[in-house]
Design a protein around this ligand. Structure first.
Ligand code: FMN
Length: 212
């Protein structure tokens, strides 16, 4: 088996973290870097990450997250935020900033803007908030796998009450900018207490069809 598949198999939904163990800053920096380098549609990086280590804040958020113990037992809790749609309207400073990085000439910049506008008006992507949230799941996978490569356990957390989590974040995390971002999903990081459970998966035949 390749080293990469070993990493894939190491990752599992860790249900309880060892509260006595903290992910070292140097290790977490690498995980964060893997998240930052995630690919995104049109290279727009429609996300922001809240990295929460404060036990009191984690405790407050746990109630909004179905009272799941991962929230308080983890070393680091990351809330993945999705950028709100006004950033993706024609002429927005965010679009200009993002596209000008990859356009060598004014013609190229106009071309990317026009292409993006066509994309946002296409039937495929009418819901820009949902589209931005979908991108955050790429970050989620990339951070969880990079953590696994570094021997760090994770659990993605979608089990939360959106309204309650948003309210709690707005009260306990001043950096949470609700005008520009909305909660998408969370990831907990730490070190396992229990042995990992086996991966229960459909067979290859059930999930893949080879054509040609
Ligand atoms: C987006 C996402 C959200 C999830 N939310 C939760 C959650 O709130 N609580 C939890 O215990 N597990 C959560 N999980 C873990 C899944 O239940 C788990 O990945 C799945 O059952 C397969 O198990 P494995 O990851 O251990 O192979 C989530 C997984 C994903 C990908």
């Amino acid at each position: 088996m390749s080293d990469f598949l070993d990493t894939v198999n190491f990752r599992h939904a860790c249900k309880l973290f060892d509260e006595a163990k903290t992910v070292p800053d140097s290790v977490f920096d690498e995980i964060l870097e893997a998240g930052r380098l995630s690919p995104s549609s049109f290279g727009l990086e429609p996300w922001h990450f809240l990295v929460i280590k404060d036990p009191a804040v984690k405790e407050a958020l746990r109630a909004a997250c179905w009272d799941q113990v991962q929230i308080t037992s983890c070393s680091h809790l990351v809330v993945l935020l999705a950028r709100k749609p006004h950033h993706f309207q024609a002429g927005s400073p965010y679009l200009d900033k993002s596209f000008s990085r990859r356009a060598a000439t004014p013609e190229k910049l106009r071309y990317i803007h026009a292409k993006f506008e066509k994309f946002t008006k296409s039937e495929m992507r009418p819901d820009l908030l949902n589209w931005a949230k979908m991108q955050t799941y790429i970050v989620c996978a990339q951070m969880m796998l990079s953590a696994a490569a570094l021997g760090v356990d994770t659990c993605a957390i979608e089990g939360f009450n959106f309204t309650k989590l948003t309210e709690t974040l707005s009260k306990s995390v001043p950096a949470f900018n609700q005008n520009d971002f909305e909660v998408s999903c969370c990831i907990t990081f730490g070190y396992r207490v229990n042995e990992q459970t086996p991966h229960l998966r459909l067979t290859r035949e059930e999930v893949a069809t080879f054509v040609g």
